[in-house]
Design a protein. Structure first.
Length: 203
C-alpha cells in the first residue's frame, strides 16, 4: 500500500511538470508555497495559469474520481456480501449511460443529464435486486447473472439511443459523455465535488 501511494504521488507530481509547456520542479514548489507565504516569482504568468487553472484541477479531480470509484466498488462488495459485484457487473454503469443518453436526446441541461444518469443507475440496481430476489439458486451467482442481463439490456438501449441521435450534435455529445473528460475541470468543480465525495466515502 505504501508503494502504491508513493507511485500515485509520483505520477501526480510528474503530471504537473510535464506537458507541452514543461515546468521545473523548483518553479512548481515555489508556486505552491506562494499560496501560503509571499515568494519572489521565478515563474511566468503563463506557467502560473497553466499550473493552477489547467493541470492542478485536472489532476486533483482525477484523484478524486479514482477514490470514489474505489469506494464504490468496496461499498458494493460489502453491501451485497459478494466479491464479484461492482457497478459494472450490477449494471449501474450502463444504467447511468442510458439515462445520460436519454437526457441528451431530450436536450436538457448538463446538470439534469447528471440527475438522469444517477436516477437510472439507481433504477438499474433496484431492478437487478428485484430480479435476483425472485430467482432460485445460489444467491451470489443469481445477483451476478441478473446484473449481467440488465447491464446488457441497458447497453442495447444506449446503442439504440446513439442510432437515433442526430449525428451532427447529439451523437457527439453522447459519445463524449460516455468517454468522459477532465478537460473542463476547474477549482470550482473541486470545491463542489469534494464535500459530496467525503460524505459518500464516509458513509
Amino acid at each position: 500500500m505504501l508503494a502504491l501511494a508513493l507511485i500515485l504521488v509520483g505520477a501526480a507530481a510528474i503530471s504537473l511538470l510535464l506537458g507541452r509547456y514543461p515546468i521545473d520542479p523548483a518553479q512548481a514548489v515555489a508556486m505552491l508555497v506562494s499560496k501560503i507565504v509571499p515568494v519572489d516569482p521565478i515563474w511566468t504568468e503563463q506557467q502560473a495559469t497553466l499550473f493552477f487553472n489547467v493541470r492542478l484541477p485536472r489532476i486533483l479531480l482525477a484523484l478524486m474520481v479514482g477514490c470514489c470509484l474505489a469506494c464504490a466498488g468496496a461499498a458494493y462488495q460489502g453491501t451485497f456480501q459478494n466479491p464479484l459485484v461492482s457497478p459494472d457487473i450490477l449494471g449501474a454503469s450502463q444504467g447511468a449511460a442510458f439515462g445520460a443518453a436519454v437526457a441528451i436526446l431530450l436536450g436538457v441541461s448538463s446538470f439534469t443529464t447528471s440527475l438522469f444518469a444517477f436516477g437510472f443507475s439507481l433504477f438499474t440496481v433496484l431492478l437487478v435486486l428485484l430480479i435476483s430476489s425472485r430467482a432460485r439458486g445460489n444467491h451470489m451467482m443469481v445477483v451476478v447473472l441478473a446484473g449481467v442481463m440488465v447491464s446488457s439490456l441497458f447497453q442495447a438501449g444506449v446503442s439504440y439511443a446513439k442510432l437515433v441521435a442526430d449525428p451532427t450534435d447529439e451523437l457527439a455529445d453522447i459519445t463524449y459523455w460516455l468517454m468522459g473528460s477532465l478537460t473542463g475541470a476547474n477549482m470550482r468543480d473541486i470545491a463542489m465535488v469534494f464535500p459530496i465525495m467525503l460524505v459518500g466515502c464516509a458513509t
